[in-house]
Design a protein around this ligand. Structure first.
Ligand code: OAD
Length: 248
């Protein structure tokens, strides 16, 4: 894809860059998105699986579904889009990834500053005493485990519908969005709030908003640039153009 030079020139002068990402950035790794043609929420009801009451009613079913997703994620690898973002860290002063994804792929790719707005599927905690149970083995935990200390149910550390986002993480994300000179909005339908406020805040505070998506979204009209295509191709292209201009 042709990336115009005036855009590259604007990015190159940025000091602080935010990458706001959604399920689309992991699509090329083979992880299904939520709302696309083969999206998870087209086949399954979120209220039956991603909801605290559903977990209390049927913990094993909800747990099994998360173990199934963990299994898929474990077998997949970060893609060229995730790795391109890591490389931006070497070229700019301050790079922050703000992700709605729970798949941990930004961390696995090597990004140093990742703010996970919706939690992380590899982590768990007891609903009663909050003891953490991270990295439980998938093969050994087919049904919802009980806390070894208080006997409470152990749940995935992800944000379910109707739940608050982790406040400190969200506050930090807001702060980074306000400070950013450039904010990339990548692979998200940008319809789930409050997360979807992040790019809006960035733009309100003067950031250049650049969307990368295979299609237009609710946010496209608000963005300064809307680049249509796979993030795993467009991000490395942008990176190469930046390197050329910087003579790297
Ligand atoms: P969605 O499934 O709503 O949107 C995925 C977006 O990625 C769509 O706009 C696609 O067009 C785009 N896309 C797909 N493949 C792409 C590719 N290769 N390159 C670039 N873009 C691509 O996923 P999210 O916006 O992440 O929340 O969904 C937001 C939240 O809704 C999720 O975090 C989750 C879900 O319910 C919770 O679980 C709390």
């Amino acid at each position: 894809m042709f990336i115009n030079n005036s855009l590259i020139n604007k990015i190159i002068n940025a000091k602080e860059i935010v990458f706001f990402t959604g399920a689309g950035i992991s699509a090329e790794s083979g992880i299904p998105t939520f709302r696309g043609k083969d999206g998870i929420w087209n086949k399954l009801k979120p209220e039956e699986l991603a909801n605290f009451n559903a977990f209390l009613k049927n913990p094993d079913m909800v747990w099994e579904w998360y173990q199934y997703r963990r299994q898929i994620i474990e077998e997949k690898q970060p893609n060229a889009g995730h790795y391109a973002i890591v490389e931006f860290e070497n070229l700019f002063n301050n790079v922050t990834v703000i992700t709605q994804n729970v798949d941990n792929l930004h961390n696995r790719a090597g990004s140093k500053k990742v703010l996970e707005l919706h939690g992380n599927i590899e982590k768990n905690f007891c609903i009663k005493c909050k003891t953490r149970y991270d990295n439980l083995l998938i093969s050994e935990n087919k049904t919802a485990p009980k806390c070894k200390i208080c006997g409470g149910l152990v749940r995935p550390d992800v944000v379910w519908f109707g739940e608050m986002l982790p406040q400190d993480v969200f506050n930090n994300a807001e702060k980074m969005a306000m400070r950013s000179d450039v904010c990339f909005v990548i692979g998200t339908s940008a319809v789930v709030y409050p997360a979807a406020n992040i790019p809006i805040i960035a733009k309100q505070y003067g950031s250049l908003l650049i969307e990368i998506n295979i299609t237009n979204t609710e946010l496209s009209h608000y963005c300064d640039y809307s680049l249509i295509g796979n993030s795993g191709e467009i991000l490395p292209n942008i990176l190469n153009e930046i390197k050329k201009l910087k003579n790297i």
